[in-house]
Design a protein around this ligand. Structure first.
Ligand SMILES: [Zn+2]
Length: 533
């Protein structure tokens, strides 16, 4: 019979500590969207922010959010020399519509004296008074012990006294914070063990920062030492090097037997299969590219390039994978590249749904063409849609929907009527669709934009298929392939269903490279939509 597993509480602070990240600025709408993602995933606590500190957080804590998770407000313990009744910051925190209150308090004697400018005894009294005041309001209470590990190294008795004071006053959790993020896993394990001699482990939490790239390891070390509550953020966002990455932690806790055999978390196996989507949704909300190499959920987390690895993976995926990608909602990816073997190409064809016999001679030809093109600058591993079109063309399966017989792009700089120097771009495109000859012209914000607009302005009977098409990203790189410099253009497109794909063009001329990528994007959309020839 399996032994009973202990419950491990997950506390997310993406919306509070994660909001300290450079360049991250959550709106109320963003915060509600992130909270909904976290709630659905199954985390136990969601720290929403700092009510009273800014209008967004004040409004977030003034409304009903309809969440299952314990929604937590963050703030400081009462100020030195004040009573709890006479501290406006504390009052705002106590009045917030929150299920729990997480206080931050100093536990390093040096910080108490220098930063807080008060006595060690007054700081202990502040912890007791503040925890007591929140308990009296019927709130669950947590105490974030700031600089706990550095404080413990400097004055263990005082750091422990702070933790003990909060616990004795009725705090549900005493959270040990590695605020500067410099503590190493073996130190965390030893210090947490010492704390659990004073405060029971099922009341001890860990809050790690990633300044030595070990926030996840430090969190797991704390769990090994008896802590039962982990704080972290989605994708590890947070100031400086970030917080403990809750996404990686969830992967480890669910899929590594040492942890999954001993501990249970609120994330079910079904919800684990949404982990990749949750991680990427946060990137979408932040409007930034995700980390391709993020463990478990990155685009490259299960990507294999080398031919020998790829053929082994096709025989049995376990040969080069530590867990199954499907478990976390990611997917296996065999990169088509200049190192590619037949196995990669076959696997990619299978993935995009092109049926072909294993020994079809056209496979060898396709592989040769991919290698030739990559030698001159194409990068198909970054452009799935262009690879699919190339393969479909070589296997004779892409209709000739339309033909661009001529295009003309013009960039003109002149002085306008009010004396300003302006640059105007215009494109004219001649297209043949069946028996129709069409001419479209468009002005754009730059020559590529003008060409794109003219190209998509009138495609005759195909126009309805591309109305929902949008360019979402455009990247240009100058390469030195062979003897001359060439330009590589990657275009990311999106359709009305939110589906995205990337196409590529390579030429010594940036307009020509862009044209290739734009054409691939349009044709890919027509193929995908099943447009008739
Ligand atoms: Zn922090």
């Amino acid at each position: 019979m399996p032994r009973e597993r202990l419950y491990l509480y997950l506390f997310d602070t993406t919306l509070r500590d994660g909001a300290q990240t450079n360049g991250v600025d959550f709106t109320l709408h963003d915060k509600l969207a992130v909270a909904a993602l976290l709630d659905d995933l199954g985390v136990d606590y969601i720290e929403g922010g700092y009510p009273g500190a800014n209008p967004v957080d004040t409004e977030l804590f003034g409304r009903d959010r309809g969440l299952r998770a314990t929604f937590t407000a963050f703030g400081m313990t009462r100020r030195p020399g004040r009573s709890t009744a006479n501290d406006p910051g504390l009052a705002a925190l106590l009045d917030a519509r929150a299920d729990a209150i997480c206080y931050v308090a100093k536990t390093w004697d040096y910080h108490v004296r220098v930063a807080l400018e008060t006595t060690l005894e007054d700081n202990l009294a502040s912890i007791r008074d503040s925890v007591g005041a929140a308990k009296a309001k019927g709130r669950e209470v947590l105490l974030d012990c700031e600089h706990f590990f550095d404080g413990y190294k400097a004055n263990p008795d005082y750091a422990l006294a702070c933790a003990k004071a909060a616990h004795e006053e009725g705090a549900r959790w005493v959270v040990l914070c590695d605020t500067n993020g410099g503590t190493l896993p073996h130190e965390v394990e030893a210090i947490v063990k010492a704390v659990t001699a004073v405060v029971p482990g099922d009341h001890v939490g860990i809050h790690a920062h990633n300044d030595t790239e070990q926030a996840v390891a430090n969190s797991l070390a704390a769990v090994r030492a008896g802590a039962r509550h982990i704080q972290g953020t989605l994708n590890g966002i947070g100031e400086r090097c970030g917080n403990a990455n809750l996404v990686s932690l969830i992967g480890n806790l669910k899929l590594k037997p040492e942890y999954s055999g001993s501990f249970e978390i609120g994330v079910t196996d079904d919800k684990l299969a949404h982990l990749t989507r949750v991680s990427r949704s946060l990137d979408e909300i932040l409007n930034r590219a995700g980390n391709r190499h993020a463990p478990y959920v990155g685009d490259s987390a299960f990507a294999t390039k080398a031919g020998i690895h790829a053929s082994a993976i096709l025989k049995d995926p376990a040969t080069y994978e530590h867990v199954r990608p499907e478990a976390v909602g990611n997917r296996r990816k065999l990169l088509v590249s200049d190192q590619a073997g037949r196995s990669n190409v076959l696997a990619e064809l299978e993935r995009v749904g092109i049926a072909v016999e294993r020994d079809d001679p056209r496979i060898v030809r396709l592989l040769e063409v991919v290698k030739e093109r990559e030698a001159v600058g194409y990068a198909y591993e970054a452009a799935d849609a262009s690879f699919e079109l190339l393969a479909r063309r070589m296997l004779g399966k892409v209709p000739q929907y339309f033909d661009v017989t001529q295009f003309d792009v013009n960039v003109e700089q002149r002085v306008n009527a009010v004396g300003e120097r302006v640059t105007v771009s215009m494109a004219v495109v001649k297209v043949t669709v069946g028996d129709d000859k069409l001419i479209s012209a468009a002005e754009g914000n730059g020559p590529v934009n003008a060409l794109d607009l003219a190209l998509r302005k009138d495609l005759g009977k195909y126009q309805t298929y591309i109305n929902g098409l949008n360019l979402t990203d455009y990247r240009v790189r100058i390469l030195n392939a062979g003897t001359e410099a060439v330009t590589r253009v990657l275009i990311e497109s999106e359709d009305e269903n939110g589906e995205r794909w990337t196409t590529i063009g390579v030429s010594s001329n940036v307009i020509d490279a862009s044209f290739q990528a734009l054409m691939d994007s349009i044709v890919y959309k027509l193929v995908k939509s099943g447009a008739p020839t």
